[in-house]
Design a binder for this molecule. Structure first.
Ligand code: HXC
Length: 257
């Protein structure tokens, strides 16, 4: 498939989605949302892919939802059009998704990064939820995911003032897993994707699902879910292979089953 607003390619077992409207700082319009979701679902269904990376072309990851597209809408338009609903399909992707944040990740761009499982930041990355400056609020999950990621008090400051933070502050706040030099970002993301894609896929899917569960459910429920998935992995060949490889002091050869 040819996509209008993104570039898609495969490097090894890692699927890459590059937001590609650099002239608009990769502002997320309805077409971009659709393209990202379709590409991510294709990678999710592809047995040759073990991890997905999302990044942005140019000097932004994404500078937000497309303000020019939204400007004239009414509240009812937003409700009945269920404007950002399709992003739910990205969140439902079962394989790990890494956001490689190269520059501005603002508003919907920060929210897109937070829909991913891991946020890897270039030292040039900037994060923020500036919607308050536009007379609105985060609408793609920012109020909820930022509060869970960095705590309610720091999230409140960012959402209420619209202040942008740099990569170092995002790192201290726990929003990003690591900060790397900008010119190493794509290689680092590929290396992280390669590392994950080399594991046994059933265990990777279970691990992602459980981290998600931790954000959504009470501890007791999450622990029960973990116990069930943990036990189920003992019926995979890869568990036998992984543990045999340890005993035999060699690398495991996983078969994803
Ligand atoms: C549409 C955008 C855009 C956006 C940038 N552009 N962000 N277009 N929607 N979110 C466009 C600009 O209009 C401009 O195009 C081009 O990209 C380059 O941007 P500049 O502003 O000229 O660049 P610069 O001066 O370097 O400033 C960079 C910036 C600024 C600080 C990131 O662009 C900015 O503040 N952008 C908006 C950030 C924002 O408010 N995001 C939240 C959006 S709301 P032209 O053709 O005009 O030159 C959102 C909410 C979701 O995400 C849910 C709530 C409803």
């Amino acid at each position: 498939i040819d996509f209008e607003t993104i570039l898609v390619d495969t490097r090894g077992r890692v699927g890459w989605i590059t937001l590609n409207r650099p002239e608009a700082l990769n502002a997320l319009n309805a077409q971009t949302m659709h393209d990202v979701v379709i590409a991510a679902e294709q990678f999710d269904a592809d047995p040759g892919i073990g991890a997905i990376v999302i990044t942005g072309a140019g000097r932004a990851f994404a500078a937000g939802a497309d303000i020019k597209e939204m400007e004239d809408r009414t509240g009812l338009d937003m409700r009945l059009g269920n404007y950002f609903a399709e992003w739910g399909r990205l969140v439902a992707v079962r394989k790990p998704v890494i956001a490689a944040v190269n520059g501005f990740a603002l508003g919907g761009g920060c929210e897109l990064a937070m829909m991913c499982d891991i946020i890897l930041a270039a030292d040039t990355a900037k994060f923020g939820q500036p919607e308050i400056n536009l007379g609105v609020i985060p609408g793609m999950g920012g109020s909820q995911r930022l509060a869970r990621a960095i705590g309610a008090y720091k999230a409140a400051e960012l959402v209420l003032t619209g202040r942008m933070i740099d990569a170092a502050e995002a790192d201290r706040a726990g929003l990003v897993s690591r900060v790397v030099p900008a010119d190493a970002l794509l290689d680092e993301a590929q290396a992280m994707g390669d590392t994950i894609a080399a594991k046994s896929l059933p265990s990777v899917l279970a691990a992602k699902e459980l981290i998600r569960t931790s954000l959504e459910s009470p501890l007791a429920e999450g622990l029960r879910h973990e116990a069930a998935l943990f036990a189920s992995l003992f019926d995979t060949r890869d568990q036998k292979e992984g543990m045999a490889a340890f005993r035999e002091k060699r690398q495991p050869a996983f078969e994803n089953r």
